[in-house]
Design a binder for this molecule. Structure first.
Ligand code: GZL
Length: 320
């Protein structure tokens, strides 16, 4: 009997160690507003499964209060690490302080926060959104020079979610480039909240505006591809041929944008890599192992246009 009890105790100990060894991550996803976000969620969920990491996942439907509620729940559940893509960049210090006081490290995954105290989060992994805005601006300058021999035109901007880091910084980067070309101007700028439906609504209003009628070169710059694809629907319904009468530039690099470019309806997409799952969990495992990690980890990204989109479409469909 004593031997049996010893075996049972050893088994219980092993099981306990196995459970203790298991990493638990709470990920407060912001929503499902775009193809980019869907691919990002697939990467976070798929990589956790691959690594045997216990993932507690929530979807905030683009509402900050839901994300904050999820973070508080993860703290109460005693997760090892929290992943947070903040829907907007303000209003995070109180809940990040609660996580810090509870000893739960937070990785900002995808978007950043505005804070004077960067000890409130352990690291940021995602894109350099200013660089993405500059990539879009530089492509447009080259395109205008190549087509017309000058850099001028009227830009109709589809802004991302108001207050979101990618919206603020893509605009900043794009305007960094336009600042060098006085005849290339943003004439209308309105938020489409990163969704295809709202991008279409905003474009419908732009088409009816005097600025649209007066514009000699109709350029549409969307802070993500989904809003540009919505704008293309609005243009076609208004009898405008987007590929011939406009220049359309998006950000994300989703396969639907590659397809629109291949069909001659769109001209360029600047990549923003959503597949950060592997890097994110490398950081999680390093934190749990007590290792140092960099404060910022940027994704590697490119720019794709009508010279390459059609040939690359089959490859892109395998990604997102
Ligand atoms: C960028 C990400 C943005 C995408 C949009 O890292 O936060 O949010 O560009 C998505 O498609 O809605």
């Amino acid at each position: 009997m004593r031997k049996f009890a010893l075996v049972l105790a050893a088994f219980a100990m092993t099981a306990a160690v196995a459970v203790a060894g298991e990493i638990t991550v709470g990920f407060a996803q912001l929503g499902a507003e775009s193809m980019w976000r869907t691919a990002n969620t697939d990467s976070i969920k798929g990589e956790a499964e691959k690594r045997g990491i216990n993932l507690i996942f929530s979807d905030a439907q683009q509402k900050q209060e839901n994300q904050i509620r999820s973070v508080r729940s993860f703290i109460a559940q005693g997760v090892d690490v929290i992943g947070l893509p903040p829907v907007v960049n303000s209003g995070w210090e109180p809940v990040l302080r609660e996580a810090q006081e509870a000893g739960v490290p937070v990785i900002l995954a995808d978007r950043t926060v505005d804070t004077s105290d960067d000890s409130l989060y352990i690291s940021f992994i995602g894109s350099n959104f200013i660089q993405e805005g500059e990539n879009a601006g530089n492509w447009l300058v080259r395109e205008l020079k190549g087509r017309y021999g000058d850099v001028s035109g009227e830009v109709f901007e589809l802004v991302g979610t108001v207050g979101a880091a990618p919206a603020i910084d893509r605009k900043k980067g794009f305007e960094n480039i336009l600042a060098n070309y006085p005849d290339l101007k943003i004439v209308k700028s309105q938020s489409g909240d990163f969704t295809r439906a709202k991008g279409k609504e905003v474009m419908e209003a732009y088409i009816k505006s005097p600025e649209w009628t007066a514009a000699k070169r109709k350029i549409i710059f969307g802070h993500n591809d989904d809003m540009v694809l919505g704008a293309i629907q609005a243009l076609e319904e208004a009898g405008v041929n987007p590929g011939k009468e406009c220049i359309l530039i998006g950000v994300d690099g989703i396969a639907d944008a590659f397809e629109a470019i291949a069909q001659g309806k769109m001209h360029c997409t600047v990549e923003c890599n959503p597949l950060i799952g592997p890097q994110f969990y490398d950081m999680v495992e390093a934190i749990v192992a007590g290792k140092e990690i960099p404060k910022i980890v940027y994704s590697i990204e490119g720019t794709y246009d009508y010279y390459c989109a059609e040939a690359l479409l089959p490859w892109r469909r395998t990604l997102y």
